[in-house]
Design a protein around this ligand. Structure first.
Ligand SMILES: Cc1cc2nc3c(=O)[nH]c(=O)nc-3n(C[C@H](O)[C@H](O)[C@H](O)COP(=O)(O)O)c2cc1C
Ligand SMILES: C=C(O[C@@H]1CC(C(=O)O)=C[C@@H](OP(=O)(O)O)[C@H]1O)C(=O)O
Length: 382
């Protein structure tokens, strides 16, 4: 079984992660992890923090001579901003109320978290709720990507919409997706990109924020990952949970998603043909039927709400005095949809890698590859 845990506060010393269950002898390229970390930090609309951080991973265990050895892989990413927060982060008890965060921000876990964990300083909640945590999830997911590459599986993403401005082209080619990092918004269409940039600038000027939609596409996924037999093994459900867990994500669709509910069955379901292999002419299912991959690309879309911290803050209540006030003002992003799409890629990679380890077992990568090869030979005969 493949699993991970991570820890670390946004303005604490560092983020840490431990992965257990990776097959041995898998080559891990640290540059590829760092490349994913740098992709996550980019994107038009991000705030001052991204100028401070230059995320780099340190590998502390589980890898020798560039290869996994079967033991837990431990990772560390330092928060450069910690130097500026040392004092604030070292205050533990009995601080003055005026040094605490007292006014919960609507859209954040501030109010519910402070009540649930019986905290008088909201900072004790917001530090871990922060999307800073996604840096470690991306480092971990990028190792999953390196595992999937062994099986020729790749995951791409692009942004479809920001602030209700939609990208023109619905159909994108893999070649376009491979070049998408050249765009500051990770969109395929330059004209719309300029419109969105203006929209982000405008929102910033108004002290406001924006959300949007991104799409993930996993290619070359074999038939038969996931299962129909119980709710918690259905791959569409597992993917939806994982993507929904990314900070700010409020909707997840697979394939046609919500649109399928508005369309006739004859127009939705992907008809089946055979030419030595089963194939479909359409992929409205987004590569998953009954919780099982059907051999087509997995297509997932996620909707991100606007960033909740506004520089023109919303109404709130001071949790100490109970007086009406304005929400806590923090340095913040205006729009982080392009970054979220990179998080999405790596989160999806993790889910698929986990399914691979489940299905093809393998204490070593050699064992996994040979199990996979045998399975593909079997599939080709069906
Ligand atoms: C890459 C990324 C960057 C984010 N940056 C910010 C930010 O600067 N300010 C903020 O208030 N929220 C930001 N968020 C969103 C919040 O973390 C998120 O809305 C909050 O934790 C509440 O969780 P929920 O929206 O999932 O309910 C970001 C999310 C992501 C994925
Ligand atoms: C630190 C990251 O994103 C942060 C996510 C975030 C939030 O509330 O989610 C708030 C901001 O943090 P800060 O208040 O330090 O500027 C973002 O910068 C990151 O992506 O690495």
């Amino acid at each position: 079984m493949l699993r991970f845990l991570s820890g670390g506060e946004s303005h604490g010393k560092c983020l840490v992660g431990i992965i257990e269950g990776l097959p041995s002898n898998l080559e891990i390229d640290i540059n590829k992890i760092n490349k994913e970390l740098s992709r996550r930090q980019k994107g038009y609309g991000r705030g001052g923090r991204m100028k401070i951080e230059k995320d780099k991973v340190e590998i502390l265990s589980g890898i020798r001579g560039g290869k996994t050895i079967g033991s837990p892989v431990s990772l560390l990413i330092k928060n450069r901003d910690w130097e500026n927060w040392k004092e604030v982060m070292s205050i533990i008890d009995n601080i003055d109320n005026d040094k605490k965060v007292n006014s919960p921000r609507p859209g954040h876990g501030d109010l519910a978290g402070a009540v649930k964990y019986n905290q008088t300083d909201i900072r004790n909640i917001l530090e871990r709720a922060s999307a800073r945590e996604t840096a470690m999830r991306v480092a971990i997911g990028s190792i999953a990507k390196q595992l999937l590459k062994k099986f020729d599986i790749y995951i791409y993403s692009h942004v479809l919409e920001i602030g209700n401005v939609r990208i023109n082209a619905r159909k994108v080619s893999i070649e376009q997706l491979q070049k998408i990092d050249e765009s500051p918004l990770r969109v395929i269409d330059k004209e719309t990109e300029n419109k969105i940039i203006k929209k982000i600038d405008e929102a910033k000027k108004q002290g406001d924020t924006l959300g949007g939609i991104f799409e993930l596409i996993a290619v070359n996924v074999p038939i038969g990952l996931g299962s129909h037999v119980n709710w918690d093994r259905k791959l569409d459900g597992i993917i939806a949970q994982a993507i929904m867990s990314i900070q700010g994500i409020k909707g997840v669709e697979i394939g046609l998603g919500f649109e399928s509910s508005r369309t006739l069955g004859s127009q939705v379901h992907d008809e089946i043909y055979y030419n030595g292999q089963y194939y479909r002419k359409t992929n409205n299912a987004g590569g998953i039927e009954a919780g099982i991959t059907n051999g087509n690309n997995i297509v997932v879309r996620a909707a991100m709400k606007p960033i909740p911290t506004l520089s023109r803050p919303l109404d709130s209540v001071d949790m100490i005095t109970k007086q009406n006030t304005k929400a806590q003002k923090e340095r913040s992003d205006v729009c982080a949809v392009p970054s979220a799409s990179i998080v999405g890629e790596n989160v999806l990679a993790w889910v698929l890698a986990k399914e691979f380890v489940n299905k093809f077992g393998g204490d070593s990568i050699e064992e996994m590859l040979s199990n996979y090869k045998r399975y593909i030979q079997y599939v080709d005969k069906r």
